[in-house]
Design a protein around this ligand. Structure first.
Ligand code: FAD
Length: 375
């Protein structure tokens, strides 16, 4: 299939609208369309259904570039890639044939509706539970922080199984299903365009053919697919944010000249060292994320440890680097709408996205100490 744009052209479109997406806090429709036009809406879907069948290392390279261009766009794109990958990995052939082609072309966008207000960062402890009705079930309750909320076409919803001993279920619920509505407004300090809002389900009817992979398949979806795709994806986006922050600091340092020395900030040795330290941090984050993606793709025994470490390292790096980069810009950068200020705000979301870094550090520690992941 011929696509009207190259990825490079799409990235140019996305970068050009990043400031506007942030200022107006709008869902990045144009940027997502550019990614669809570049043929990467189905990056994580099999080629047989129109996707690109890309490996995890390819996914992290693409997400890093989108993250550097616009963090909000990258966030919405990431949730789509994770949602469709998780369905494609565990759904029946008929379900994949039904859903995947329109996700692969970007005719329909998808997202994950996992988190709930009650269980917060422990999204894998879903409390929403299907209730039997009319030969099927209904879903009742609220999902919180749903990226692309009200804008995505399909929501991959995590619930407990109707029979609690079966564990977790995952459902595909279209935005237009009766009983679906969205509430609240995304007021987060960063990722301003990611439209992460509440999804309210008021006796939303669901049929067996909307359940991905049958009763109880949810646990496998969460831990075998969502975990590697999401953790690596969010890590890659954060490497992109950190990279963009260093680039913005570099541009600022080259452009800002003092009148009394006739020297640019870039000519001061202390600041040269400071920017070098940030550069080293970004390369280190990038290397860890790429290594983790390679290990996850090859099924290495220690892949999960690497994937968890990559998310912690990359998101901590984005927070630290964007903070120091803002400092390099001085009072001029410490202003609403300076690019350094945007990168700083965007660079502080990753650490608290679940599994949060606090949780991941606990899980890494437990694994290294020979204990099961959960206490
Ligand atoms: C920009 C953004 C986009 C998001 N997009 C989505 C999405 O598309 N879909 C989705 O399902 N969710 C999404 N989320 C939700 C997210 O991943 C978390 O579920 C949510 O941020 C949890 O917030 P909370 O305030 O309820 O956390 P809380 O559960 O209240 O946690 C608060 C803090 O306490 C810590 N903590 C919690 N429990 C423990 C414990 N037992 N021991 C030690 N520390 C603990 C946590 O690490 C965290 O630092 C998004 C979040 C953000 C910020």
């Amino acid at each position: 299939m011929d696509w009207p744009m190259t990825l490079q052209e799409a990235l140019t479109v996305i970068a050009a609208q990043a400031e506007e997406v942030d200022r107006a806090r709008v869902w990045p429709r144009r940027g997502l369309q550019a990614l669809a036009d570049a043929g990467v809406a189905g990056l994580t879907l099999p080629e047989a259904v129109g996707g690109q069948g890309a490996s995890l290392p390819t996914m992290v390279e693409v997400l890093e570039q989108v993250g550097a261009a616009c963090a909000s766009t990258a966030m919405c794109y990431l949730m789509h890639l994770v949602a469709v990958a998780s369905v494609a990995a565990k759904a029946s052939e008929a379900q994949v044939r039904d859903w995947a082609p329109s996700w692969a072309t970007g005719r329909r966008w998808a997202t994950l509706a996992f988190s709930e207000p009650g269980t917060g960062a422990h999204f894998y402890r879903a409390e929403m539970q299907p209730e039997a009705a009319d030969g099927g079930w209904v879903l009742q309750g609220t999902k919180s922080f749903v990226t692309s909320g009200a804008f995505a076409d399909d929501y991959v919803v995590l619930t407990r199984s109707a029979n609690p001993s079966s564990g977790l279920d995952v459902w595909v619920v279209p935005r237009t299903a009766p009983g679906v509505s969205f509430g609240g407004e995304w007021t987060g300090i960063g990722m301003a365009g990611n439209a992460s809002v509440e999804m309210r389900l008021d006796r939303v009817p669901v049929r067996p053919d909307q359940r991905v992979g049958g009763e109880g398949a949810g646990e496998g979806i969460v831990f075998e697919v969502v975990a590697p795709y999401f953790l690596l994806g969010v890590a890659a986006v954060n490497v992109g944010i950190a990279k963009a922050a260093v680039e913005a600091a570099r541009a600022h340092m080259q452009g800002r000249q003092h009148s009394h020395t006739h020297q640019a900030l870039a000519e001061y040795p202390t600041l040269q060292t400071a920017v070098a330290e940030l550069d080293v941090a970004v390369r280190s984050g990038q290397a860890v994320v790429r290594e983790a993606a390679q290990r996850a793709a090859s099924g290495a025994e220690d892949a999960l440890l690497w994937v968890m470490a990559a998310k912690v390292h990359a998101t901590d790096t984005a927070a630290r680097v964007s903070d120091a980069a803002l400092g390099l810009g001085g009072g001029r950068a410490y202003a609403r709408r300076s690019p350094l200020e945007r990168h700083w705000r965007d660079g502080h979301a990753g650490r608290i996205m679940a599994p949060t870094n606090a949780t991941l550090l606990e899980w890494i520690g437990r694994t290294r100490l020979g204990l099961p992941l959960f206490a």
